[in-house]
Design a binder for this molecule. Structure first.
Ligand code: NOJ
Length: 552
């Protein structure tokens, strides 16, 4: 059977505000993305995921949607979206859009109606609850903290705070609480309600009809809730509910919405879900079952939280292989995104580690998701307190810094240097797209070579995964599909390490080290061992295949 395209693809996440500004207002937009499609083809990615560009008050920079079927004027127009899609498709780049079904903005007309009266037909589209009564343990004045319907916490501690705020806000006018797993400006939709489900089906149809290739589904594990909305037990009560909610009722809701994608013409539209859950076993359930297919791919963020250590990564890879892969589902791999410090920053600012991690990301079994800017080796920007804009604490501004395209003062942004967030470090000293394109040793060119190596190898895209024996802080694995085989070794330590190779001869196809630091790999490996430098990763291929390849 032909593999679905999303299992072979490498996705590239674009946070539209941060990609490129074409209008001069310091905020990236859809035309800014369109202007750089040739670059993305040059890089070699297959599909783009666009974070929200819908009309929004921007309390959570677009994840508070006030119209699911439009484009916020900051980002352009629907026609701009259509043009972007046509131009992307013309370059064989697929485009998926973000779908945020768990909550709307409090400025969404649905919520305005729901809030307007207890008897409004849309009242039950959201989660409204009375004060907790004395019998239920409530105390204090109506609408006060002691009367909150349950002990759930929302995400995002306020600026400078360490505690998560309550997940309930009191509405004075109608004398009830509403639930929000995120900001109070992001009320949770009641996705159990048939009318909400059909409204959401309409939203999906809208983007599918325009030609979108699928959806990234925001906090998908949170959309079904146990209607009892019971208190969390004390040992979990300090964790925000958005990181815990895993109610079985989500699955049939998702399976129904998913059928819509399967009935599409042209077919082959996909869904990748954000599943932020405590265990990988819980994540697997969101791929659905043979009776009810749900997601095509589910994000597994456990590796993203892994420190730079072979032991920890071995455990993460085992989990993905044993729990996701063995169930017949296809894993995903992510190192960076718009919610987390960039992986180079997390790995102590070491570019060598970031590069070695990229080799892993693109050679493990599963679909890799890149976050715009990681291919430049960007670190998080340093954001002074007076430039902070994220409502969350300690904040996600650093990883959302604008992408520097060139060495000019505005780095290729139409508005010049004053973008919505400060530039990332080194933007003025060569870490820009144009300058890195010219440097064969740059991280940008490493990613490009990795993408090319992946595209050229069935083993890397689809092959089996087998561990090889190693010592110390090194891991190694083999990928194999038919006669195509690759051997990957990653050294997590700060000293060189040598390891046995399977019967060869082998040749290095690619190393994460810069060429200047790597004089060993000129021809087939002379012995059955290989030395891998500190924080280096290498891809080896059979030497004969390499020679044939060169002869072509
Ligand atoms: C997950 C998104 O990735 C994040 O950016 C957003 O703040 C929350 N969901 C709420 O939508």
């Amino acid at each position: 059977m032909k593999r679905p395209w999303w299992e072979d693809a490498v996705f590239y996440q674009i946070y539209p505000r941060s990609f490129c500004d074409s209008t001069g207002n310091g905020i990236g937009d859809l035309d800014g993305i369109r202007a750089h499609l040739d670059h993305l083809s040059w890089l070699g990615v297959d599909a783009l995921w666009l974070s929200p560009f819908y009309p929004s008050p921007m309390a959570d920079f677009g994840y508070d949607v006030s119209d699911y079927c439009g484009v916020d004027p900051l980002f352009g127009t629907l026609e701009d979206f259509d043009r972007l899609l046509v131009d992307a498709h013309a370059r064989n780049l697929r485009v998926i859009v973000d779908w945020v079904p768990n909550h709307t903005s409090d400025a969404h007309p649905w919520f305005l109606q729901s809030r307007s009266s207890r008897h409004n037909p849309k009242r039950d589209w959201y989660w409204w609850r009375d004060d907790r009564s004395d019998d239920e343990g409530g105390f204090g004045a109506p609408g006060s903290a002691g009367r909150r319907p349950n002990n759930w916490l929302a995400a995002f501690p306020g600026v400078g705070k360490s505690d998560f705020p309550p997940a309930w806000t009191w509405d004075q006018e109608t004398g009830q609480w509403y639930l929000h797993l995120f900001l109070d400006h992001q009320p949770d939709l009641n996705c159990h309600h048939p009318e909400v489900q059909s409204a959401m089906a309409g939203v999906l149809r809208f983007w599918l009809d325009r030609g979108a290739d699928g959806f990234r589904v925001d906090v998908v594990h949170a959309i079904g809730k146990d209607p009892r909305l019971a208190d969390l037990p004390d040992d979990l009560a300090a964790i925000p509910m958005c990181a815990l909610n895993d109610d079985p009722s989500t699955h049939p809701i998702l399976a129904r919405l998913r059928q819509l994608l399967d009935g599409c013409q042209p077919p082959a539209r996909m869904m990748v879900g954000e599943t932020v859950l405590p265990s990988v076993a819980q994540i697997v359930a969101y791929y659905g079952s043979p009776d009810g297919k749900e997601l095509d791919l589910a994000f597994n963020f456990h590796p993203l939280r892994s420190p730079w250590s072979a032991r920890s990564w071995t455990r993460r890879i085992d989990e993905a292989e044993e729990l996701i892969g063995a169930s017949g589902a296809w894993p995903t791999w992510v190192l960076s995104n718009h919610d987390t410090s960039r992986h180079r920053t997390r790995y102590g600012g070491s570019e060598a580690r970031a590069r070695a991690a990229a080799v892993m990301l693109l050679t493990l079994r599963g679909t890799p998701f890149l976050y715009a800017g990681e291919e430049l080796g960007l670190e998080d920007a340093v954001v002074a307190p007076d430039r902070r804009v994220d409502p969350a604490w300690p904040g996600r501004d650093g990883c959302r810094a604008p992408l520097p395209w060139d060495a000019g003062p505005g780095h290729g942004w139409a508005g010049g240097p004053d973008a919505w967030l400060p530039w990332p470090p080194e933007a003025d000293s060569g870490r820009t797209v144009v300058e890195e394109m010219d440097d064969p040793d740059s991280t940008l060119n490493l990613y490009r070579s990795l993408l090319r190596a992946r595209r050229g190898s069935q083993a890397l895209r689809a092959g089996s995964f087998t561990w090889a024996a190693t010592d110390g802080d090194v891991l190694a694995y083999r990928r194999k599909q038919g006669r195509d085989v690759r051997f990957v070794a990653v050294n997590f330590s700060d000293s060189p390490s040598s390891l046995d190779l399977p019967p060869g001869p082998w040749e290095v196809e690619l190393s994460s080290a810069r060429a200047a630091a790597d004089s060993r790999w000129d021809g087939p490996s002379p012995s059955g061992r290989i030395e891998v430098g500190p924080d280096e990763a290498v891809i080896l291929r059979p030497a004969r295949a390499a020679q044939l390849d060169r002869g072509r």
